[in-house]
Ligand binder design. Structure first.
Ligand SMILES: C[S@@+](CC[C@H](N)C(=O)[O-])C[C@H]1O[C@@H](n2cnc3c(N)ncnc32)[C@H](O)[C@@H]1O
Length: 331
């Protein structure tokens, strides 16, 4: 049952506008994250219909043990759209199952009313703008060259025909070197290239700071990333420095610092020293840092204005703008 409570909690936080879908899901313990993410996203896709079914079946009025709409949503989602509620017997599961027949019949009524043949036709369709955002992939040139990456994708059946119109099309970005564009629904989560740090999922907007800062790739260069975790821009700086010189990466949050370390190891950043400290406590004349010539400062967690691929699922059809946080791909 904990899994359903966890998913309901994520939905509560989204309702309270405490972050983007990606950002809130990033706070779920890693072992449960993928499963919770799948349930949350699927529930949001069908939220309107599920709400109608729950209301029509009087579920919350008749079953006081189901304490929130979001808990009802995730349970009814699995009851109606998957193979049932995936948990052992208990009072809450029983409370939903008591209404199984009614919930199913209300669901059927909605399908008939809306004239849909398959359940998937009831899903919220995507946001037009989000669908036009390619899946951005930064080639980590610390590990290999962009030419090698392109060759690798070509050998996997991709063609350089652009990210739209062909499921295996891709292209080089016209502004950011080493950034590739793939079709929006391309998944790299299980791709060995991601796990070995050869590619980094990083949206275009997030690639500009390091590119514009353009730290020199020279042995004497000292660069600071003052607010580094999860480390996408840090690894980008490292790649631009060709792993030369010294890159100090500060992160004050302990948990996020651990993520930063993992990320930098994976990206093979050897010129980078992660430091778990508040950058503001560092003395400007500390001789370790005093020779720094470039500093990247990215403290805020507001991605206001960035259209996120998932956040159109929030609220009743309203376009929501992502408040990007945490380990999302555009960081
Ligand atoms: C927006 S995120 C940085 C994202 C990162 N630049 C990337 O591209 O992956 C901001 C991070 O800075 C950290 N931070 C904020 N103020 C800080 C400070 N004074 N010293 C060190 N870290 C700080 C936060 O904990 C958070 O992890």
């Amino acid at each position: 049952m904990n899994f359903y409570f966890e998913a309901a909690k994520v939905l509560d936080r989204l309702d309270a506008k405490q972050g983007s879908i990606k950002g809130v899901i990033a706070t779920v313990p890693e072992k449960d994250r993928r499963r919770t993410a799948a349930l949350v996203i699927e529930t949001l896709k069908y939220k309107t219909v599920l709400c109608d079914v729950i209301t029509a079946a009087n579920l919350l009025k008749e079953e006081r043990k189901i304490t929130s709409l979001n808990l009802a949503l995730v349970l009814v989602h699995d009851l109606l759209l998957v193979n049932g509620i995936q948990t052992s017997e208990g009072p809450i599961k029983q409370a939903v199952l008591r209404h199984k027949t009614r919930l199913r019949s209300e669901f059927q009524k909605i399908k008939i009313k809306r004239g849909v043949k398959s359940t998937t036709d009831l899903a919220r369709t995507g946001d037009d703008r989000a669908e036009k955002i390619p899946r951005y992939v930064r080639v980590n040139t610390t590990c290999w060259t962009t030419e090698e990456a392109v060759e690798s994708f070509l050998s996997r059946g991709y063609t350089m025909t652009g990210p739209f119109g062909h499921s295996k099309g891709f292209a080089k970005d016209q502004h950011i070197p080493d950034l590739l564009l793939f079709p929006p629904d391309t998944q790299f989560v299980d791709d060995p290239l991601l796990h070995t740090g050869k590619i980094i999922l990083q949206d275009k907007a997030s690639c500009f700071p390091a590119y514009i800062l353009a730290p020199p790739a020279a042995n004497g260069t000292v660069v600071i990333d003052a607010t580094a975790a999860p480390g996408n821009k840090t690894s980008h700086l490292c790649a631009l420095m060709k792993n030369k010189g010294k890159l100090y990466a500060f992160e004050r949050d302990r948990k996020r610092f651990a993520t930063l370390q993992t990320m930098l190891n994976r990206a093979k950043c050897r010129n980078t020293e992660p430091i778990n400290a508040d950058f503001l406590t560092i003395a400007p004349d500390d001789e370790k840092y005093a020779t720094a010539t470039h500093i990247l400062l990215d403290p805020s967690c507001s991605g206001s204005g960035i259209v996120n691929r998932l956040d159109h699922l929030l609220a009743n059809g309203a376009m929501l703008i992502a408040f990007a946080e945490g380990a999302g791909s555009h960081r």
